[in-house]
Design a protein around this ligand. Structure first.
Ligand SMILES: Cc1cc2nc3c(=O)[nH]c(=O)nc-3n(C[C@H](O)[C@H](O)[C@H](O)COP(=O)(O)OP(=O)(O)OC[C@H]3O[C@@H](n4cnc5c(N)ncnc54)[C@H](O)[C@@H]3O)c2cc1C
Length: 379
């Protein structure tokens, strides 16, 4: 019989943005929750991302994902207030809208066409604006002459993702959640009387439910409970500058000024497996693009460059699944785990706690929409 410390109502594998948000949400439902996190050297997207709470362009071919992203953005202010009240931590949420800047007429026209089609798919409820250079310069005087136009979505914004994770972790712990760092799970076994035994590093824990929220680790863990999470890595490189006087009141898709005054510049989309290096070619290209967008950046020093790995599903939309063969086992994996954090702590956690689906046809996000990968050769 496992000791009380080794039991929980729900065990969450992974203590990144998704595991912490779900964990905090489940604590709001009064459940006994344990989060097990492997830590280094596994990739941790939550610590290296761009920090946008972003709606525009999300779900361009998937109205359910577009609605989900917008609902998340709209739910963020309440969560930010709640986290401040519970923990005293300010997550630096700024939501006065955001811009995507176009350096070519072709890009500008393509975005307008995409967003116009999205507005039709969403029954007219997609409030974007397309702004020519002059209109953009009215709202962002620092914009450079090479920018031909841009799109604006009023629900876009940004956040400090590190403070977000710290606040979620602090709120989770304050409500009695248990966090076990350095606990890499390598086995999940369904128990005959219900529930699961998780093992790793010579230790075990038993739980009534298990939530796999292990980022890129979901791919290997999900099949242990009859689930599929065919996520793959995509590298993004980013830059951060020294502090500069405020010049940018809005986040843009590639450049944002943080609350501290630094300028964050991103990012690349590279298919390089699990390589988390940086390259001079990408750093140079990002810096040059940033200067074309905002010439004021020409004299600013870059103080750090890094990369981290996106967690991409084959269609970019999230995977939220409960196992048919092992009820009580869930997987949650997505790109945009910062944007979607408010719903992960809210309606997604409620779904796991009591089964109420966040919306009709929530199955649209089930991982079974993807074909089961063939077994490895020789298996
Ligand atoms: C360059 C870049 C820019 C991005 N920009 C944005 C953005 O602007 N806005 C946005 O919304 N999203 C953005 N994202 C995406 C966002 O960062 C991710 O969706 C989010 O961080 C995913 O959180 P996660 O908890 O699933 O994964 P992670 O942060 O990777 O956490 C997973 C955790 O699981 C643990 N783990 C793995 N395997 C095991 C195991 N076997 N046992 C125990 N623990 C395990 C790991 O140690 C890790 O701590 C960006 C990502 C990248 C790479």
């Amino acid at each position: 019989m496992a000791e009380a410390a080794n039991r929980a109502d729900v065990a969450i594998i992974g203590g990144g943005a998704i595991g912490l948000a779900i964990g905090y949400g489940l604590k709001r439902h009064g459940l006994d929750v344990a989060i097990l996190d492997a830590g280094e050297p596994r990739p941790r997207a939550s610590r290296g991302n761009f920090g946008l709470v972003w709606v525009q362009g999300k779900g361009a071919k998937n109205p359910a994902y577009a609605r989900w992203s917008r609902a998340a953005a709209l739910a963020w202010p309440a969560l930010a207030d709640e986290l401040r009240d519970e923990t005293g931590i300010e997550v630096d949420l700024r939501q006065g809208g955001g811009f995507y800047l176009c350096l070519s007429e072709a890009d500008f026209a393509a975005r307008i066409a995409t967003f116009t089609r999205m507005r039709e798919d969403l029954d007219g409820d997609y409030p974007f604006e397309a702004l020519d250079r002059a209109a953009l310069a009215d709202r962002m005087p620092a914009v450079g002459p090479d920018v031909v136009g841009g799109t604006f979505h009023p629900d876009d914004g940004d956040i400090n993702p590190l403070k977000m994770c710290r606040a979620l972790q602090s709120a989770f712990l304050k409500r009695g959640g248990r966090l076990y760092p350095g606990r890499a799970v390598d086995g999940i076994v369904p128990l005959s009387g219900g529930g699961f035994r998780l093992s790793g590093g010579g230790r075990t824990i038993e739980a009534g439910k298990v939530v796999i929220a292990a980022g890129l680790g979901c791919r290997d863990l999900a099949p242990m409970v009859g689930l599929a999470a065919p996520v793959t890595p995509q590298r993004g490189q980013l830059l951060i500058s020294s502090r500069v006087l405020p010049f940018l009141d809005f986040p843009t898709a590639h450049i944002r000024q943080t609350a501290e005054g630094t300028v964050q510049i991103g990012d690349t989309k590279e298919d390089v497996g699990f390589d988390t290096g940086t390259t001079l070619t990408a750093i140079t290209a990002m810096a040059q693009r940033a200067i074309r967008m905002f010439p004021v950046l020409a004299g600013v020093s870059v103080v750090r460059a890094w990369s981290c790995l996106r967690i991409l599903t084959p269609d970019i939309a999230p995977i939220y699944s409960q196992s048919d063969s092992c009820p009580g086992a869930y997987v949650a994996a997505c790109h945009s785990g910062i944007t979607l954090g408010s719903l992960h702590a809210g309606v997604l956690a409620r779904w796991i706690a009591d089964g109420s689906e966040p919306f009709a046809n929530f199955e649209v996000f089930h991982g079974k929409r993807f074909p089961v990968p063939p077994p490895a050769a020789g298996a």
